[in-house]
Design a protein around this ligand. Structure first.
Ligand SMILES: [Zn+2]
Length: 277
């Protein structure tokens, strides 16, 4: 499932390859994604220029000319690839190529999504902050508002597991399962610990390592665990850096103990019982 670093990597690549291009036409092969793509979608995007690419949490915001923004979420298995003319020509199963944006230089942006949990919708740019998907999101994990004092205050009095707290998008927007597991390992805090039992110093470490790990993952083009591909059809390279995520039963790189996996909030949660308390 694409998380913040994957979406940020994608944003940077598309900003290089597609910014300034005009969408000549759009075609929908399958409109039934997480929600149905609006009926006037193709007519609304045709003729508009891709002005800017932004990101909020795990959403990609593609600002089009005329004050319209395409809000995109890749769901579980979505990809937005830039195909043709030296960009990605990777073989994606065309049966899952749901939306096709023809650009004015002969290339195309293609949204492919086998599981169809993604979201593509048009929003007037001025109303983005009020849209249901974005309005309740907490601060960006790489922004100044996510800091030790903030996390400590939000954790106080909360019995929820600390991992579930930092994955709560209303608390901090964009930390998913992979990076929550990795940040808590680096901070020596067990994922199942009650949030209210996290000290101020530990909150500082969780924030520090969340930011450091997300930043490193962006630099590596994100993590491909199963299916994620960037706009060139290439996988992220961060998976080899993972310390605990997906390593159940394997030895901890720090102490040699077997990595454990406990289900928290219906999500697999990997940790080392010796290194994390
Ligand atoms: Zn360990």
């Amino acid at each position: 499932m694409p998380e913040l670093p994957e979406v940020e990597s994608l944003r940077r690549l598309l900003a290089e390859s597609a910014r300034g291009r005009r969408i000549v036409s759009a075609r929908i092969r399958e409109s039934r994604l997480r929600r149905r793509v609006a009926g006037d979608f193709t007519r609304m995007v045709a003729g508009r220029t891709i002005d800017e690419l932004r990101r909020r949490a795990k959403y990609l915001l593609i600002d089009l000319s005329g004050e319209i923004t395409l809000l995109a979420h890749l769901g579980m298995s979505g990809s937005l690839t830039h195909r043709g003319a030296g960009f990605c020509d990777e073989d994606f199963d065309p049966a899952h190529d749901h939306l096709h944006f023809q650009l004015d230089d002969g290339t195309a942006l293609v949204y492919n999504d086998p599981r169809r949990f993604g979201l593509l919708k048009l929003v007037p740019t001025a109303q983005l902050d009020a849209v249901a998907e974005l309005r309740e999101l907490g601060p960006e994990p790489l922004g100044p508002d996510f800091n030790a004092e903030y996390l400590f205050q939000r954790a106080r009095g909360r019995r929820v597991a600390i991992k579930n707290l930092i994955m709560d998008q209303r608390i901090v927007a964009g930390i998913g399962n992979i990076y929550a597991s990795e940040a808590l390992f680096a901070a020596h805090v067990r994922p199942g610990r009650a949030a209210q039992r996290v000290t101020r110093a530990e909150a500082a470490k969780i924030v520090e390592f969340s930011r450091a790990i997300l930043t490193r993952a962006i630099g590596s083009g994100g993590t491909t665990f199963r299916s994620y591909r960037d706009s060139r059809g290439l996988p992220g390279r961060f998976a080899t850096d993972l310390q605990v995520y997906g390593r159940e039963g394997e030895r901890c790189y720090v102490c040699g103990s077997p990595i454990k996996n406990r289900v928290l909030g219906q999500r697999a949660s990997f940790y080392c019982a010796a290194c994390q308390h």
